[in-house]
Design a protein around this ligand. Structure first.
Ligand SMILES: NC(=O)c1ccc[n+]([C@@H]2O[C@H](COP(=O)([O-])OP(=O)(O)OC[C@H]3O[C@@H](n4cnc5c(N)ncnc54)[C@H](O)[C@@H]3O)[C@@H](O)[C@H]2O)c1
Length: 355
């Protein structure tokens, strides 16, 4: 098992990665509420023995990320008697860690949080970094807080049951780290494709810990997105988010950012910010993992007007420019300002035809 520790702000974070890492939960003797995805079949009594805990199962997926579901969970926590020294444990994919993280941050002004992600996306992205959010009506991720977990447990046994499609969605974020932050991860992804797709335990342990370290190293420098460093995690997300919005959020996030990374890389290469070859390398790696590289590979039509509307509302835009991260070459990045008109031109080009 691999143990990574990091201090973010004033909080020490312990990450445990490996098969059987879930046993770490038995070391937390305090009372806890476990917010768990209903879809997960797991019996925690073998790990927790006669420890007391409140189990709340939620239907995962975007519906779980609602105020209604937050209110219902909080009511049950009050009824049970969850107090300030108790823990909130999130057990599920990114939707569950988002809901549980939000609740942990507001209940009695903050309870200790343990994230136990069960999807690859959760392990490499959603459970790390302290961002959480729920949706409000049709607006995604609009209510949330920054709140760091104390412990993250990445038990790779959960990946055994994870559908291949969910694995690939998580791999899109791993590829993002490789393209912008980590040349050695790029090489690793090229050399271990078959082992990764067949979830080889040792290779997955390596893949998850490299990704966790990459994300933590950025969050450590800029926890609350105030210094222009954490923005690197948005590579592919500006156009990716426009694609999601343009499909009424039918295109899954991982696929939208996959196409988004290609479109953005193409724009940055044409503007001279990214070295020649970045687009080719981006397309090549995404294709290795059968991730979409243009809109023709997506199963839903994209409404360009809706996509452009979302782009204009993008929270990262300032005056008439959008601040974006570009890979300069594989594994290195910088921040650039792109005039909104230039970006819109590229988005139209990219969403209308194959890249
Ligand atoms: N807070 C952040 O920093 C952050 C970052 C990235 C994504 N997110 C959020 O994460 C969410 C997406 O997360 P996700 O992709 O994990 O989605 P998810 O939680 O909806 O899980 C995807 C699917 O996988 C199933 N599943 C989960 N674990 C499984 C397992 N071990 N075996 C079999 N099936 C399993 C779930 O039941 C679900 O059907 C989005 O809401 C997104 O906004 C948050």
């Amino acid at each position: 098992m691999i143990n990574i520790t990091e201090t973010i702000g004033t909080k020490n974070i312990d990450v445990f990665i490996g098969r059987g890492a879930l046993n770490k939960l038995s070391e937390i003797k305090e009372n806890k509420v476990i917010i768990k995805s209903k879809a997960l079949k797991i019996d925690l009594s073998t790990i927790l023995g006669d420890q007391r805990f409140l189990m709340i199962e939620i239907q995962d997926g975007e519906e779980a990320k609602s105020l209604d579901s937050v209110i219902e969970i909080i009511q049950r926590m009050i009824n049970y008697g969850i107090r300030r020294n108790h823990y909130v444990v999130a057990l599920g994919g990114g939707t569950v860690t988002d809901v549980a993280g939000f609740i942990a941050s507001i209940y009695m002004r903050g309870l200790k949080l343990i994230n136990i992600p069960t999807t690859l996306l959760g392990m490499v992205d959603a459970s790390i970094g302290g961002k959480n959010a729920i949706n409000f009506r049709s607006v995604k991720n609009v209510i949330g807080t920054f709140y760091q977990p104390s412990i993250i447990i990445d038990d790779l046994n959960f990946l055994d049951t994870l559908p291949q499609e969910e694995l690939r969605k998580g791999l899109a974020e791993v590829i993002k780290y490789a393209l912008t932050l980590d040349y050695s991860l790029y090489t690793f992804l090229t050399e271990h494709k078959d082992a990764i797709l067949s979830k080889d335990p040792e290779v997955m342990e390596d893949l998850v810990s490299r990704s966790v370290s990459d994300k933590l190293s950025i969050v450590k420098e800029d926890e609350k997105e105030e210094k222009g460093i954490r923005i690197v995690l948005n590579f592919g997300h500006t156009i990716g988010h426009a694609i999601e919005a343009g499909s009424d959020f039918k295109v899954p996030h991982g696929y939208a950012i996959s196409v988004g990374m290609v479109c953005e890389a193409k724009m940055f290469e044409e503007l001279g910010y990214a070295e020649e070859g970045v687009v080719e390398d981006t397309i090549w790696l995404l294709s290795q993992y059968d991730l979409p590289i243009d809109v023709s590979k997506l199963s839903y039509a994209i409404d360009i007007n809706k996509a452009l509307g979302a782009l204009r509302l993008d929270k990262k835009s300032k005056d008439d420019v959008v601040i974006m991260p570009t890979p300069v070459r594989i594994g290195e990045w910088k921040r650039v300002e792109v005039p909104i008109e230039t970006l819109e031109g590229f988005v139209q080009q990219c969403l209308r035809k194959e890249v």
